[in-house]
Design a protein around this ligand. Structure first.
Ligand SMILES: NC(=O)c1ccc[n+]([C@@H]2O[C@H](COP(=O)([O-])OP(=O)(O)OC[C@H]3O[C@@H](n4cnc5c(N)ncnc54)[C@H](OP(=O)(O)O)[C@@H]3O)[C@@H](O)[C@H]2O)c1
Length: 284
């Protein structure tokens, strides 16, 4: 059986992807504090000892506002951490799979980004994730870069957008949600299957891995409340100018899975269907 080594395995996506990969591969999943990807020696020693066929690198500083406030910390985790993993892949001959973001783009496009659009990040998080991509491209011979967006998942442990909106909506009243930023809401369970499928493909390179379609945060919140059947709460669309956050968010973060479709792998369903299954099977 082939072996996969996963960094950041205890995170939101790690919890969804490790069980899926375990059906096809022998898997070793690590996270802080066991293996810190910022520690080049520790990463090299642990990956070499396991000698995997593929490394799936999920470990990252993911709080975009914290990245903006502490850029050196973000660079160490997202760029240097990724470089350390890439060097270990080169040393052991493993292929590298990296989960990156739609925040590598500047957001000025009117339509969802495809894999052939030019990266031009506007935040520290986006820049350091893109620098991680460039490290991989310069170090690894065989690599997959999976760009994804606005992940939801986690079930009863969900503390992110979907669970927060449900909690707030159940309290009633008005919720003011941004309607001028657009993304591709993506269920970690669907992304996990997509990643497992692509890691078995010979064609390497960049893949946008997102549920189909696009939404504003406002549209996403309305759909959450509708699916959950919550009455007595009004969702009010507002401009992002109302919120003074440290990190700039691109206007357009949504992506299209152009390369998956080129390969005839139309496996990512519409985000509304995925969200419906997520909420009805795990949250209510
Ligand atoms: N969530 C999204 O919407 C989204 C969108 C696009 C791309 N992504 C990418 O998808 C990947 C997974 O994201 P996620 O949502 O699962 O994030 P997450 O829940 O924050 O998981 C990341 C994991 O990496 C760990 N980690 C952080 N720094 C580390 C280090 N130096 N060494 C080892 N482990 C470290 C974290 O541990 P601690 O919790 O202890 O810090 C956490 O368990 C990330 O690469 C992220 O950039 C996420």
């Amino acid at each position: 059986m082939k072996k996969v080594y996963v960094t950041g395995g205890a995170g939101n996506l790690g919890k969804a992807v490790v069980p899926v990969l375990s059906s096809f591969y022998e898997v070793r999943a690590t996270d802080l504090p066991e293996v810190d990807v910022r520690d080049a020696g520790a990463v090299m020693a642990d990956i070499a000892a396991y000698n995997p066929d593929i490394v799936l690198h999920l470990a990252s500083m993911t709080d975009v506002d914290r990245c903006e406030l502490f850029p050196d910390e973000a660079s160490l985790a997202n760029r240097i951490g990724t470089r350390n993993v890439a060097l270990a892949c080169r040393e052991t001959g493993a292929a590298m799979a990296y989960v990156s973001t739609g925040m590598i783009y500047n957001g000025c496009k009117r339509h969802p980004y495809i894999e052939y659009d030019k990266p031009d990040p506007i935040s520290v998080y986006g820049r350091t994730k893109y620098e991680g991509e460039l490290e991989i491209r310069s170090i690894c011979e065989r690599f997959y870069i999976f760009n994804t967006c606005w992940l939801f998942g986690g079930g009863k442990e969900d503390r992110k957008f979907v669970a927060k909106i449900m909690d707030l909506a159940e309290k009633g009243g008005e919720l003011r949600i941004v309607d001028d930023k657009f993304g591709s809401p993506t269920w970690t369970a669907d992304l996990a299957k997509c990643i497992a499928t692509l890691m078995g493909q010979p064609e390497t390179g960049r893949y946008h891995c997102v549920n189909a379609g696009q939404a504003s945060r406002y549209e996403l919140a309305k759909e959450i409340v509708r699916i959950a059947g919550i009455d007595g709460c009004r969702i009010i669309p507002v401009s992002s100018d109302n919120f003074d956050l440290p990190a700039p968010r691109p206007r357009m973060e949504a992506m299209a899975d152009y390369n998956l479709r080129l390969m005839g792998l139309n496996i990512m369903r519409d985000w509304r269907e995925a969200l419906g299954e997520y909420i009805t099977t795990t949250l209510i």
